[in-house]
Design a binder for this molecule. Structure first.
Ligand code: NDP
Length: 394
């Protein structure tokens, strides 16, 4: 039925390609494009030359993207490159009249800050063109937004508080490595924390707020409050919300390494001159760290990501925990990628499937929680990311 163009052949791209090939009844023609053709070739060899076409593209360059889209004529583009490319790919989709999907909020390369403002600004133009952009169709953002929407639409009359809890209980055996793009990951976790309460954003120092949480199938872990992008859209779309926070687990070794790297300036995103050459320290660090795509074979353990939501149902207080547990080695055996790439890539495929089938169909720019959550929840169950809903006693 549908012809899709996937841009980005990294860790998450690998899972998206595997899952889209698995869903050939929806995705009749698949093209994978990336900055380096050899990244695409490697993936093409994995899934079979007969299953995907490949192309080279610089996704920072709008005319190049437009030329490729005109040549392939896809129904939609899945942006699985980096957040820096969100605006150029959105612009190219607008110029060619093609639907758009991504998994991460736009981030300017020179400022470690992400917000939806510039992507939401495309809304009117996408509406006029009759095309749709689905923002943040990964796990968090993505599935976490869908869990909140499901609770809002099916489980509660009013939602008061949401805690999003992201635990990676996996062990890759390295003293320090990141589970997705190191540059994006380290920029995110070294930034100030922020949460939303009673209509206001409250800022914290990085890692200032810590709590312990017992993650089913993983165990008790230290969890630190971070700012995370899905909160920006959820405070807008979940009516009556009083507080939303986001917590992520980090081990001692990760935090000690990160602090040390920060202290010596290795997380800097501005240029420094070394022997007449301009170098951005965090980009050098990215080259030195293990490639997240290579962690698959050696990562053992599980991820558990979910939302604890409380509010009112039928006049009574109610609290639920909706979560998914994902096993690194199981993901690796299925797709060659560890669970962090897997939990992002599967929802990207599902978002694309719902758009291609017309189940989620609007013109304009949308976040995940703005649609009926049920079809997405159903797809998660059969696509490798089953979820659990636990009632918590109050
Ligand atoms: P990787 O660094 O492994 O892969 C990124 C890919 O993008 C690479 O294949 C790279 O190309 C390609 N790329 C980079 N720049 C360009 C460009 N200018 N033009 C074309 N291709 C380009 O990252 P991940 O796979 O780990 O992450 C992919 C995305 O998923 C990121 O945006 C990340 O933030 C997001 N993510 C979202 C999560 C969620 O839950 N929502 C969780 C984890 C990640 P090449 O190999 O050809 O050089």
């Amino acid at each position: 039925m549908s012809n899709i163009l996937i841009i980005g052949a990294g860790g998450v791209g690998r899972v998206v390609v595997h899952k889209c090939v698995e869903n050939r009844d929806t995705f009749k023609k698949i093209t994978l494009a990336s900055r380096r053709l050899e990244s695409c070739k490697a993936l093409q060899n994995e899934v079979g030359v007969e299953n995907i076409d490949i192309a080279q593209v610089d996704a920072d360059n709008v005319p190049e993207l437009v030329e490729l889209i005109k040549k392939i004529q896809p129904d939609m583009v899945l942006n699985i490159a980096l957040p820096y490319q969100d605006l150029t790919i959105m612009e190219a989709c607008l110029q060619t009249g093609v639907h758009y999907l991504d998994t991460a909020n736009y981030e300017h390369p020179d400022t470690a800050k992400f917000e939806y403002k510039e992507q939401w600004a495309f809304d009117e133009k996408y509406k006029n063109k009759g095309i749709m952009a689905l923002l943040g169709s990964g796990f968090d953002p993505g599935v976490t937004n869908v869990f909140c929407a499901y609770a809002d639409q099916y489980l509660f009359d009013e939602i008061h508080t949401i805690d999003i809890l992201d635990c990676n209980g996996g062990d890759h055996g390295y003293p320090f490595a990141t589970n997705f793009n190191p540059e994006i990951n380290l920029r995110e976790v070294s930034s100030k924390g922020r949460y939303w309460e009673n209509g206001e954003w409250i800022e914290t120092d990085p890692m200032e707020i810590k709590m312990e949480w017992d993650y089913p199938e993983v165990g008790v872990k230290d969890s630190y409050l971070l700012y995370h992008e899905e909160m920006e859209s959820l405070v807008k779309h979940i009516k009556g919300l009083k507080r939303i926070r986001f917590f992520m687990t980090f081990g001692e070794s990760y935090l000690t390494h990160m602090k040390c790297l920060e202290n010596v300036g290795m997380l800097r995103i501005d240029e420094v001159e070394v022997d007449g050459q301009k170098i951005v320290p965090i980009k050098l660090l990215k080259e030195l760290l293990p490639d997240p795509a290579s962690l698959g074979p050696r990562t053992v353990g599980k991820t558990n990501i979910g939302c604890v939501i409380d509010g009112i149902k039928d006049g009574k207080p109610k609290k639920v925990y909706i979560y998914n547990v994902c096993d690194h080695q199981k993901c690796y055996k299925e797709t060659g990628a560890q669970a962090v790439s897997y939990t992002t890539g599967v929802p990207a495929m599902i978002g694309a499937k719902l758009i291609c089938k017309g189940t989620w169909k609007e013109s304009g720019v949308y976040n995940m929680e703005q649609f009926d959550a049920k079809p997405f929840m159903d797809e998660l169950m059969v696509s490798g990311l089953p979820w659990v809903i636990k009632e918590i006693e109050i």
